[in-house]
Design a protein around this ligand. Structure first.
Ligand SMILES: *[C@@H]1O[C@H](CO)[C@@H](O)[C@H](O)[C@H]1NC(C)=O
Ligand SMILES: [Zn+2]
Length: 488
């Protein structure tokens, strides 16, 4: 699952969202729901864990099964080989093939390309699962199993949607870009996007990622994500670790410098103290504020889930804005510091502080890097410590923000109205979604994240599930989206 903080929100029973059921397309989907669940069961049974080299054949098998199904429902498929992965020095294992598929090739129709993945996170019954993770188990109208939500269930819902719409008339060209290494960092994917830019992707108008959860029981469309600028501050004070009995009171300690520097990054209320850091943050518009009003989001749920006694913000809108559209700084760790239990009177010779800034549009990583370095260097200079200090930015991942007026967003919102009779939640991810930014940068196409996962599906955890409601109504959502896209 593209990482989005999931919060349990069970206030609303899905039953109130009366879907329109007299539509022949929807009736077709309902009539086939048992078959859809059966297929999910077969796909969940394939242990396509991309992190485990001993299961790499299972990932490839999963790609082949997916290919066969796409062929069966009338698609054309090209399997792209990625070669080997150097798993550890000297140990090579094959990377799973990537699926490039298409349904229809009519130049008068718009073309939408969907991205999804067939690999899963590791799962063992011993990890604390109540059921066998690779045996789809139905309980309380929920389907439990690894990959049900992330991402086999979402990809299958899409395939069933394409198949259903084709029973009537497919009004758009559909392409599929499906990989098997998402959970371990999408090895080789950027290269394929580059290589296929002028061929497979050349006629693509829209890109839709089907690998995200909703914020609540209401369907959510994700239109933005924060970036991540990750920093190391290295402070070196001695050639070797010293002992406080012998050196305490005689040396400028590296750790004291580092703790000071980490301490001046933000104030107690989370406000970042680095000069200029907020300069490029887009102002909040009235229109944007409106989007937050109808979001179903309960701070109490988030509090229960996290065990946090008080958040920095007290309203839903404030809190979500600070999670999604304002920058934040977080301190992650100190390498080289004593962190074991018990007592140790060491004075570490060299320590590396690690923190990151989740930056937002229009903040540029290169500018953030300068602002952070200048600030920390001036703060360090003020201390007049003789130690060596060095700041480096080790990750500079860009934020992503789509234009919500793009036709595919309008089509998705229409589709949500049609299936669920509600307005879609327009949401963002507080984390980073490199693939969205990558598609946008390399292909210059509009990207949208239209997933069907629930907020409490536990995509990377124990007892992953998708509700039957999300799975089947989500199939209708994708089917409606294909039809709506043609009429925008
Ligand atoms: C967003 O898209 C709309 C419609 O295509 C266009 O009119 C508008 O200028 C775009 N906004 C930005 C900021 O690009
Ligand atoms: Zn995923």
């Amino acid at each position: 699952m593209l990482f989005i903080l999931c919060i349990v929100s069970l206030l609303l029973s899905p039953a109130f969202l009366s879907p329109v059921q007299n539509d022949p397309l929807f009736k077709h989907i309902d009539d086939h729901s048992h078959e859809y669940i059966q297929r999910l069961k077969e796909w969940v049974a394939i242990e396509s864990d991309s992190s485990d080299p001993s299961k790499r054949d299972q990932v490839e098998h999963m790609m082949q099964v997916t290919k066969d199904y796409i062929l069966k429902i009338g698609g054309k498929v090209e399997m792209v080989e990625l070669g080997d992965q150097e798993y550890s020095p000297g140990v090579k294992i094959p990377l799973p093939s990537v699926i490039l598929a298409e349904f229809g090739n009519d130049k008068t129709k718009p073309t939408v390309c969907f991205y999804g993945h067939m690999d899963v996170q590791p799962a063992k019954k011993d990890d604390g699962w109540e059921t066998d993770p690779y045996v789809l188990t139905e309980k309380d109208s929920k389907l439990f199993g690894r990959g049900t939500s992330d991402d086999k269930g979402q990809v299958l819902a899409l395939l069933h949607a394409v198949e259903s719409v084709m029973k009537f008339d497919l009004p758009v060209n559909v392409k599929l870009f499906i990989e098997g290494m998402e959970e371990v960092g999408s090895n080789g994917l950027e290269k394929i996007v580059e290589e296929k830019k002028d061929t497979f992707f050349s006629n693509v108008d829209y890109i839709v990622v089907t690998d995200t959860p909703w914020l609540s029981t209401k369907p959510g469309i994700t239109y933005g994500a924060r970036g991540n600028c990750y920093f190391f501050i290295e402070v070196e004070g001695a050639r070797r670790d010293l002992h406080s009995g012998g050196f305490g009171g005689t040396v400028y300690e590296a750790m004291s410098d580092l703790v000071y520097l980490l301490g001046v990054l933000a104030d107690v209320n989370g406000k970042i103290l680095i000069p200029g850091i907020y300069d490029d943050v887009l102002p909040v518009t009235e229109q944007e504020k409106e989007l937050y009003k109808d979001l179903i989001f309960d701070l109490k749920d988030m509090q229960r889930d996290s065990g946090v006694s008080k958040f920095l913000h007290s309203t839903k809108g404030d809190l979500l804005m600070h999670r999604w559209r304002f920058p934040s700084v977080s301190i992650h760790g100190i390498e080289g510091a004593f962190s074991g239990s018990g007592t140790k009177t060491v004075i570490p010779a060299k320590v590396i502080g690690k923190f990151s800034i989740r930056q937002v549009p229009k903040m540029k990583p290169s500018v953030v890097e300068k602002q952070v370095s200048n600030y920390l260097e001036s703060k360090f200079a003020e201390r007049k410590s003789p130690n060596k200090m060095k700041v480096t930015m080790v990750i500079g991942a860009q934020p992503w923000l789509a234009n919500m007026s793009d036709p595919q967003y309008l089509a998705a919102r229409n589709a949500v109205r049609r299936v669920f009779n509600v307005e879609a939640d327009m949401i963002r991810a507080g984390g980073t979604i490199p693939i969205a930014k990558n598609f946008e940068d390399v292909l210059g196409k509009s990207v949208m994240l239209l997933g069907i996962g629930g907020p409490d599906d536990a995509p990377h955890g124990q007892n992953e599930k998708i509700s039957m409601y999300n799975y089947i109504e989500g199939t209708k959502l994708y089917a409606s989206f294909l039809q709506e896209l043609a009429s925008i």
